[in-house]
Design a protein. Structure first.
Lengths: 297, 284
């Protein structure tokens, strides 16, 4: 009896993910039927004429997540090295908990902090200098183009990086802790410096695990909603520069779903969520594969 | 020792020092972000905290008022979600650790659980909207409870499995060899041994879902009027934060900061307390 009860719930859990996929497909069917593949490469997003193309939104999602990874991975790696290799274990335990508290803060708080504190800080002290520095360099002056208004793609990417740093650093810490201490002892006994040990022994040894942590962080960044919604500016233009407003899949849904009228508009928004679900599904599967492989070494 | 060796040695040690400094800076960035967030919450939140916050109900945008119904609404929604998800999550974990099957079922369940654990919460919100809100024909607290429960279940499965799988199997063997049925072994031996860990997992899951906003936007929505019927929309802190922080009115924004302060303090307090409690019970 008891065994069957637990078993039934397990089957329900498996059925849940199938049901989620099916529901999203059914709900977005009007949009899938009307736009077909052009939904993915078309750039027009117009609720009035009911023409929906998701390219700017998908691109915005990928760009913000890419910025987040670019910033978060080196910082998280250094934090993990600091906690495991540099300071004594007793302080490390306390500091690791402090870093993990960052992850406990709800994402909407980061959104509010980003909008009221961090965006004004960026627009005053960082963005004008970056815009000036790259003003005369082709390509880069487009990428770092825009106005120093604080909100936009750049700010959203940075806030996302703050949100995934605790996640990535704690996974990397676990991966690094699993390295046999004999490797460390051997490296230091041959006179290697810490830098040499970390980059020549540690990094090659746990590269799979660290890559898995990176992808896990990417998965989290892709779907993050509330923080991004506050600071990205919700503009459906194709990428116009890092300091310009943009949008992501989840921010578009959060901003527009409550007001979506008719049949096609909500269906288009749900199709966006279906695309996000498929992307995160693939990303998380890759992450799991690498984290497992890293663990088996 | 030649000049060349000295130079090389210098270079190696400089590189090492630079790397160490970068590590310090990285930790400083993390701590600074946390400190700045906390400072903002305190400086903007404390100002907005007063007695009327707890005795007056939610005002319309732009007017003065309190958060009483939003606080109660959030409590009802979060606690109900956890009450539903805790037994389900623990039973699923029980199946994984106590009744492992020979086939691939176990790894399939862990895989699906991991996906659900990291799936964007807004997708859960849309899913529950499609199933529950459309079936009922209107937004309701019940839909929000279901959405939060779906988010909490994978978290509880993960933490419960982690604590139950480290219980030595000779405990199970000893109990079974006395002729105790399996369900009794699980309830009176396994759950009893893992009690502290199971409770910690459930409480941390509650702290995690308490601040979830995205899945509530299309399920519970918000309700200005005090109303505690779970079949209707209900006021709640996360949606209040979202709607009031985005508004142009100063006093509405202040209400949003008060809500942010209350919910973050509750979450951090719960986190610190349960970690303290858990690490103590583990050392015993």
């Amino acid at each position: 009896m008891f065994k069957n009860l637990t078993r039934t719930l397990v089957i329900c859990l498996l059925a849940l993910i199938v049901l989620m996929f099916l529901t999203l497909i059914v709900m977005s069917w009007p949009a899938i039927q009307k736009f077909g593949f052009s939904f993915i490469y078309s750039t027009e997003w117009n609720p009035v004429t009911e023409m929906f193309g998701a390219l700017p939104i998908i691109l915005g999602t990928l760009i913000t997540s890419f910025i987040a990874i670019l910033i978060a991975v080196p910082i998280s790696f250094c934090i993990a090295i600091f906690l495991t290799q540099i300071i004594p274990a007793k302080i490390s335990i306390v500091l690791a908990q402090v870093i993990e508290l960052m992850a406990a803060i709800p994402s909407i708080i980061y959104g509010m902090w980003g909008l009221f504190v961090f965006a004004p800080f960026l627009s005053e002290y960082i963005q004008p200098y970056l815009i000036n520095a790259f003003a005369n360099i082709p390509v880069l002056n487009f990428i770092f183009g825009g106005y120093s208004i604080g909100i936009g793609v750049f700010t959203a990417g940075i806030i996302l990086s703050f949100m995934i740093i605790p996640l990535i650093s704690s996974v990397v810490r676990d991966v690094v802790n699993a390295v046999p201490s004999v490797m460390k002892e051997a490296a230091y006994s041959t006179g290697a410096t810490r830098f040499e040990f970390v980059f020549k022994i540690l990094l090659p040894y746990c590269k799979h695990g660290i890559f898995g942590a990176l992808i896990l962080g990417l998965g989290r960044a892709l779907g993050e909603t509330m923080a991004v919604t506050f600071i990205i500016g919700n503009s459906h233009q194709l990428f116009e520069g890092l300091f310009m407003p943009g949008t992501t899949i989840s921010a578009t849904i959060a901003n527009e779903f409550a007001e979506a009228m008719g049949k096609i508009y909500p269906a288009a928004l749900i199709e966006l969520s279906l695309i996000l679900f498929v992307i995160t599904f693939i990303v998380l599967s890759i992450s799991r594969y690498f984290l497992k492989r890293g663990g088996n070494q | 020792m030649s000049m060349f060796d000295d130079k090389k040695r210098m270079r190696r040690h400089t590189l090492n020092t630079i790397f160490t400094v970068i590590c310090y800076i990285s930790v400083a960035i993390g701590v600074a972000v946390l400190a700045s967030t906390m400072y903002t919450l305190f400086s903007k939140g404390i100002m907005a905290i007063n007695l009327s916050l707890f005795i007056e109900n939610l005002p319309p945008l732009g007017a003065d008022g309190g958060l009483k119904n939003a606080i109660l609404g959030s409590l009802i929604i979060t606690v109900s979600a956890v009450v539903i998800s805790a037994p389900i999550g623990i039973l699923i974990a029980t199946n994984l650790t106590e009744f492992p099957t020979k086939g691939k079922l176990g790894s399939a369940v862990r895989f699906v659980n991991d996906i659900l654990l990291s799936a964007p919460s807004i997708i859960i919100g849309l899913f529950v909207y499609s199933i529950v809100v459309r079936a009922l024909g209107h937004f309701s607290a019940l839909a929000g409870i279901i959405a939060l429960a779906l988010i909490a279940i994978p978290m509880i499965v993960r933490t419960s499995e982690d604590v139950m799988k480290i219980i030595p199997s000779n405990l199970r063997e000893a109990a079974v060899s006395l002729g105790v049925p399996r369900w009794k072994v699980t309830v009176f031996v396994i759950y009893k041994t893992a009690k502290a860990g199971l409770i910690t997992g459930v409480i941390l899951a509650m702290a995690r879902v308490a601040g979830e906003t995205a899945p509530l936007l299309f399920t519970v929505l918000n309700n200005q009027f005090p109303n505690y019927n779970i079949l209707t929309p209900m006021a709640n802190l996360p949606v209040v934060m979202f709607q009031y922080a985005m508004s142009p009115y100063e006093n509405s924004q202040q209400l949003a900061w008060a809500a942010a302060f209350l919910i973050t303090m509750a979450i951090l307090f719960t986190n610190i307390l349960t970690r303290f409690f858990f690490s103590r019970s583990r050392n015993k």
